[in-house]
Design a protein around this ligand. Structure first.
Ligand SMILES: Nc1ncnc2c1ncn2[C@@H]1O[C@H](COP(=O)(O)OP(=O)(O)O)[C@@H](O)[C@H]1O
Ligand SMILES: [Mg+2]
Length: 232
């Protein structure tokens, strides 16, 4: 296999037989019942399913924000499910980018400062390098003229672009997006979706989009349906 072919088929994250129970006593639900999947570099993957079927629960496990009751996750070949939080946190900061339905930006910070936050956490770049990188990302997400705008002075679509930019800050191998277009009108929704697809293609990042929008899901490279706690 050539290097390029290898890169194209590269598995960034692999999950095997994930189980997750949620809630207490009589409210206890078996939300995930043995989910397995692989996420590949440069591909956009969708997980679809109705509200309450366990999509966010799965994304939290894959994003190392929660732990499965059973099953394994490998990120870039490293087994992460039993690793300590002290090991998982830097891996999450460096290799994963998150986009949520609500942008969770710091409203009093500028767009550029919001994008720099994950870089500050990783603490590998100088102030000047961080600013240069933020400028480059602002261009990539189509906000080159809005970097100095406070987040709360941006439109909903622009705020979500900043959130995508923040997810790109440390050039992660995998972007996990939980209903990233759920709070946007059709036009902004299409444009955020196209942006995520373009980034996957250009930067060879793996992208996973959790959505209940079947139109978007159909345009992805791989679509999984979460039904009764399992992927089909
Ligand atoms: N912390 C929790 N405690 C108890 N039940 C929960 C908890 N979080 C989610 N659930 C339940 O687990 C199921 C899956 O939730 P979730 O993953 O948020 O679904 P989705 O993202 O597909 O809407 C739902 O029935 C939800 O009510
Ligand atoms: Mg959800």
């Amino acid at each position: 296999m050539t290097d390029t072919a290898h890169e194209k088929n590269c598995v960034v994250l692999r999950a095997e037989n994930l189980h997750r129970w949620l809630g207490e006593d009589e409210n206890r639900v078996h939300a995930l019942k043995g989910v397995s999947l692989s996420l590949e570099a440069g591909k956009v993957h969708a997980v679809v399913g109705p509200s309450g079927c366990g999509k966010s629960t799965l994304l939290y496990l894959l994003g190392l924000l929660d732990r499965p009751d059973e099953g394994d996750i490998w990120l870039l070949g490293k087994h992460m499910t039993k690793a300590s939080e002290a090991r998982r946190t830097p891996v999450r900061n460096e290799h994963l980018g998150f986009v949520f339905q609500f942008h969770f930006l710091m409203p009093e910070f500028t767009a550029a400062e919001n994008i720099m936050l994950p870089m500050r956490k990783l603490n590998r770049l100088t102030e000047i390098q961080m600013k240069e990188r933020a400028d480059q990302i602002l261009q990539e997400v189509g906000l080159e003229d809005k970097g100095q705008r406070l987040a709360y002075h941006l439109s909903g679509g622009e705020q979500q672009r900043v959130a995508v930019g923040r997810a790109l800050a440390n050039d992660p191998g995998l972007i996990l997006a939980d209903e990233p277009t759920g709070n946007l009108d059709q036009q902004n929704s299409d444009s955020i979706f196209s942006l995520l697809c373009r980034l996957a293609g250009e930067k060879k990042q793996a992208v996973l989009i959790v959505t209940h929008n079947l139109d978007l899901a159909r345009q992805c490279d791989h679509t999984f349906s979460l039904v009764d706690g399992n992927l089909t």
